[in-house]
Design a protein around this ligand. Structure first.
Ligand code: S3P
Length: 445
């Protein structure tokens, strides 16, 4: 759990060139899914490269509470002895998902069609986030949710004793909602259908197939139609978790804006549902070479060679948002160092992440001397080639806000501090050490 300890201020100072190799930890989205599907398979799933960030550790704890046996053999190397689809036991304790929206929403989906009841909570950030987007479709299966006003945690979910399959069009582009419905569909008889107007990350679909579920994806005028046949026997797998492109974004963007830098970031996913940031950076004029393209853990990956670059502002189209939804905070930092204006449209989903990320970035960038404009669905950053810095930015229990402002401080004229860097632990526990090895001037306090 994050957000329960003391705040940990951190400071970044203008840094010398960043040099070297940045080994990024495992993908957070895929790590959650590997644990949950491992728990729903019969037998032993072996996972390597699991992200041991707090978010994923909270999901591991939850899977134990539902009756799966999890063993850590070594760093990132785990076994999950699953109980089978429909085999979850009723947890004897409250499920605390800490800071993780992905964790709580996917776990709710995975238990919603079993005749058990569970109570979920999280930290102050997660307790503010909307759960109705998940509990509404889960109610169609027959599950019932009792939460606070506005569908907030803590919340008790009573799973459906006699679930029915569901046909659901996801109203907001959200891989978490899509995945919650698919996981619930596993224990419903017949076919569960999810319609997505805009494609979001497809790790659940890839992994469900890998575990032996029957799942098809068809393109249609209304979007893509995902059909899952319920009540399969999931077969345990060996899952090699690829590195997280959303974490890789921080050293990549740091290298682009810190003068004279050249770094190599091996094995970054090029899954088209995740690579919107990289497409945007290339449009801005970033010097990124994609070397040694190959497949790892079922995902297309490449080694990224990144050199400091002269960048220009761009307009990011709204339809690209789902493929880079977690990368707008760090993109807005890069945009501040670019020449000209960067316009990010169609980004209102950022307001319901670990924090209101439009507001958090806007306030921190302004404090650092960057001119911005915002409305409900748009963030505009007026780049000026250099950034004064010299401020302390509030992170609002949001790991990506913390890392974004620390990267800003590596290239700003005056130091940039964050009021609390402790949430970095949720997704990228080695961030401080790794960035220091590359040459970043970072300090605690
Ligand atoms: C995730 C989906 C995205 C993303 C989150 C991880 C996932 O959220 O922001 O960090 O693993 O499914 P939404 O589903 O809310 O878009």
């Amino acid at each position: 759990m994050s957000g329960h300890g003391a705040a940990q201020p951190m400071t970044a100072r203008r840094s010398g060139p960043l040099r070297g190799r940045a080994e990024i930890p495992g993908d957070k989205s895929i790590s959650h899914r590997a644990l949950i599907l491992g728990a729903m398979a019969v037998g032993e799933t072996r996972i390597t490269g699991l992200l041991e960030g707090q978010d994923v550790l909270d999901t591991a704890k939850a899977m134990r509470a539902f009756g799966a046996e999890l063993i850590q053999h070594g760093p990132g190397d785990w076994s999950v002895h699953g109980v089978g689809v429909g085999g979850f036991a009723e947890p004897a304790e409250v499920i605390d998902c800490g800071n993780s929206g992905t964790g709580v929403r996917l776990i709710m989906g995975s238990m919603a069609t079993s005749p058990i009841t569970a109570t979920f909570t999280g930290d102050a950030s997660l307790r503010k986030r909307p759960m109705g987007r998940v509990t509404d479709p889960l109610a169609l299966f027959g599950a019932r949710a009792y939460g606070r006003k506005g569908g907030r945690l803590p919340m008790t979910l009573v799973g459906a004793a006699e679930p029915v399959p569901v046909h659901y069009t996801v109203p907001v582009p959200s891989a978490q909602v899509k995945s919650a419905v698919l996981l619930a569909g596993l224990n419903a008889p017949g076919q569960t259908v999810v319609v997505e107007r805009e494609a979001t990350r497809d790790h659940s679909e890839r992994m469900l197939r890998g575990f032996g579920a029957e799942l098809t994806v068809e393109a249609a005028p209304e979007g893509q139609i995902i059909t899952l046949t319920g009540q399969p026997e999931l077969r345990p797998q060996t899952v090699a978790v690829p590195r997280d492109p959303s974490s890789a974004a921080f050293p990549v963007c740091a290298a682009l804006i810190v003068e004279g830098s050249e770094i190599l970031v091996p094995g970054v996913s090029r899954n088209p549902t995740r690579d919107g940031l990289y497409v945007t950076l290339l449009e801005m004029g970033a010097d990124i070479a994609f070397e040694n393209e190959r497949e790892e853990g079922g995902e297309p990956v490449a080694d990224l060679r990144v050199r400091a670059s002269e960048l220009k502002g761009v307009e990011v189209p709204p339809e690209r948002a789902p493929s880079m939804i977690d990368e707008y905070p760090i993109l807005s930092v890069v945009a501040a160092f670019a020449d000209g204006t960067t316009i990010m449209r169609g980004v209102k989903e950022l307001r319901v992440k670990e924090s209101d990320r439009i507001d958090a970035m806007a306030r921190g960038l302004e404090a650092c001397g960057v001119r911005i404009e915002e409305d409900e669905d748009t963030l505009v950053v007026h780049g000026r080639g250099s950034v004064p810095g010299g401020a302390t930015c509030a992170t609002h229990l949001d790991h990506r806000i913390a890392m974004s402002f620390l990267v800003l401080g590596m290239a700003a004229e005056a130091p940039v501090a964050v009021d609390d860097g402790s949430p970095i632990e949720t997704s990228f526990p080695i961030f401080m050490g790794l960035m220091r090895t590359l040459g970043a001037d970072l300090s605690d306090g």
